[in-house]
Design a protein around this ligand. Structure first.
Ligand code: ADP
Ligand code: MG
Length: 613
């Protein structure tokens, strides 16, 4: 008897389910995608017990004929492609023909469907991959698929399901990610009969994004659009302060398909360059449209990654578009009129589900000054969704609450200087509060931007050293530098191997000539990590600018005279992106009159601070 068996279909489907149906949210994603592909105008997702008990997706799309309905549940059955060439220009979300049989293999599955012109519909029932019942039935046009008792026959999977809140958060996220890309479809998500999200038809993507992100949050976002031969990119870009430790507020789409693609992520995040610390994600909604032939979507079973046939121009165009949006945002920030009377930035809706079991403590619970620590500019710490909107210590967002009229130019240098705190912070009086600037972070940012500009302007200009310098490194470092000779050469460092792990340095970049270029090079090599073995020229230039800025910036605990403070403020005003230091820490923060009044438990409006109660 041969040792090799051909596996029965049911088993194949269960194996495929292992990849495609990771958790209830994956079922929601696959069913919603099918409804989108079927041209639906409304799409309702009903969930019981976070998807363990039931997931129903009801649409009013094309529906299926009785024969198609039976085929749809067969393995590798799809109406979306016919031949291998079709893989090159896929317009639909699905094409693998795997989802329905996989889901039906690990649940109790019921499908009701009717084509619009047909008089009767079809009902199919499948239990753990076994077809139990097929019959004609009267039902509305469109398709309804209910998936009950998910993983009832795969106990190992069932055990891996997390708490209801966690599973529901994943479902919400999938729902919103797909809904974001299809504004013309009315999408609704219900849990235990309650409506969690109701997104009526919107006329375009931006309108849908505003609806999903909530008015106040989307008010802080900058719309952008860029047309490049390689890619059309548009969407909304958030300021660096709206960063998070997860990609929850980071929506990226390629031709309408939500993707979690590292390369695309990196292109967008690199536009923030030094404005986001490592491991943080921006708040942004980015739609990319390109020739389907230039994208390979068939690289991942759940289609969350894509492969670009020619990534470089796409990356470059994308980075430029996002960078432009960030600069526009910065220019407008001071001039932005008060967005709304409310000073708080309410978290987007899905956080109320998301963070139910772990309410974050910035709100009323902490109160006092702790609650308004500078880290508050990170949205993650701002989620007291359930708390009253003006609980003490609710952080505020400078760009949302400038009280100046749109035309009025405001600058740091124009504000009265109150003094210096702990020889580290500059205190300014703003019309609506107290501004605290971290002097080291601010100066670092100024120098960094300046070095960047200089490097851009002088290009590869180099300055020859009067006497060549020989640098010695450890073996690992020597090996790294050996690989960097060329990109560093493009920046202006002329380096030649000098035997073993020694290198002779003959020239340095003109833009760094006044910034201890030799030490910078040494720092660069000595602090490099293994995984940075092949950085680009731009990345190297960035690291050099950062470290030069850091070396030279005024330190904390350094007394500054008034003139020095004023000089720094003027420079800061000239700096394009002045809200965070090059390492991504915030560099200034405003404590508003209202916050001060709240701390002292005064009920008066900010203007009446001086009147006794
Ligand atoms: P794929 O989406 O990759 O084609 P699926 O297993 O998800 O594979 O679906 C198989 C087929 O069933 C689809 O190609 C489509 O023809 C049909 N189908 C599935 N869901 C629906 C729906 N909601 N409305 C109409 N047709 C559907
Ligand atoms: Mg599908």
């Amino acid at each position: 008897m041969p040792k090799i068996n051909i596996l029965p279909d049911i088993l194949c489907n269960q194996i495929a389910a292992g990849e495609v149906v990771e958790r209830p949210a994956a079922v929601v994603k696959e069913l919603m995608e099918n409804s989108v592909d079927a041209g639906s105008r409304t799409l309702v997702v009903r969930i019981l017990d976070a998807g363990r008990r039931e997931i129903c997706v009801v649409d009013n799309g094309d529906g299926m004929s009785p024969d198609d309905a039976l085929l749809a549940i067969e393995r590798h059955a799809t109406s979306k492609i016919r031949a291998v060439e079709d893989l090159q220009h896929i317009q639909s979300l699905g094409f693998r023909g795997e989802a329905l049989p996989s889901i039906a293999a690990v649940s109790r599955f019921e499908l009701l469907t009717r084509e619009r012109q047909a008089t009767a519909g079809t009902r199919l029932v499948i239990d753990g991959g076994v077809l139990r019942d097929v019959r004609e039935i009267g039902c509305p046009a469109g398709t309804q698929i209910c998936v009950r008792d998910l993983f009832f026959n795969v106990p190992a999977r069932r055990k891996f399901l997390r708490s209801q809140d966690t599973e529901m958060a994943h479902i919400s996220e999938q729902f919103l990610r797909l809904a974001m890309a299809h504004p013309h479809i009315h999408c609704q998500l219900q849990h235990q009969g309650r409506i969690l999200h109701d997104l009526p038809q919107a006329s375009n993507h931006l309108e849908r994004a505003h609806r999903i992100l909530g008015l106040e949050l989307s008010d802080a976002l900058q719309p952008f659009a860029s047309d490049h031969p390689a890619v059309r990119a548009y969407g909304l870009i958030g300021p660096p302060e709206l960063q998070r430790g997860s990609n929850q507020h980071f929506f990226v789409y390629v031709n309408g398909r939500p993707v979690w693609d590292r390369i695309l992520y990196r292109a967008i995040m690199s536009a923030y360059d030094s404005l986001l610390p490592k491991g943080r994600y921006p708040t942004a909604v980015v739609f990319l449209e390109m020739d389907p032939e230039l994208v390979d979507v068939n690289v991942h079973p759940t289609k969350r990654e894509v492969r670009l046939r020619n990534p470089a121009p796409v990356m470059e165009a994308l980075q430029k578009a996002v960078r432009g949006a960030l600069q526009d945002m910065h220019r407008q920030r001071w001039q932005r009129p008060l967005a709304s009377q409310s000073e708080t930035l309410r978290p987007p809706r899905w956080q109320t589900v998301q963070e139910q079991d772990a309410p974050i403590t910035v709100g009323a619970a902490t109160g006092g000054l702790d609650g308004i620590a500078p880290t508050a500019v990170n949205l993650e710490t701002v989620a007291p969704a359930a708390g009253p909107p003006d609980s003490p210590g609710t952080p505020t967002f400078p760009w949302l609450q400038s009280t100046h009229a749109a035309s009025e130019e405001v600058s740091f240098a124009g504000l009265p200087i109150l003094g210096q705190l702990a020889s580290s912070y500059i205190l300014l009086e703003a019309p609506d509060g107290l501004i605290i600037i971290d002097q080291h972070a601010a100066h670092e940012r100024i120098l960094y931007e300046r070095l960047h500009a200089a490097a851009g302007a002088s290009g590869e200009a180099r300055q020859r050293l009067a006497h060549s310098v020989v640098l010695e490194f450890l073996p690992r470092q020597g090996a790294l530098l050996q690989q960097w000779i060329e990109p560093l050469g493009e920046l202006g460092y002329e380096i030649a191997p000098f035997g073993g792990n020694s290198f002779a340095l003959h020239a340095v970049p003109a833009s760094l000539a006044a910034h201890h270029p030799v030490e910078l090079l040494r720092d660069l090599v000595e602090t490099a990590q293994e995984d940075e073995a092949m950085p680009t020229r731009a990345a190297l230039s960035d690291v050099l600018a950062k470290s030069a800025a850091c070396r030279q910036a005024v330190k904390a605990r350094q007394r500054l005279v008034r003139e020095e403070i004023l000089e720094l403020l003027k420079d800061l005003d000239r700096t394009l992106l002045s809200s965070t230091c090059p390492h991504g820490r915030p560099l200034w923060w405003k404590l508003t009159h209202a916050e001060i009044a709240r701390f002292f438990q005064r009920s008066q409006a900010p203007g009446s601070l001086h009147q006794p109660r």
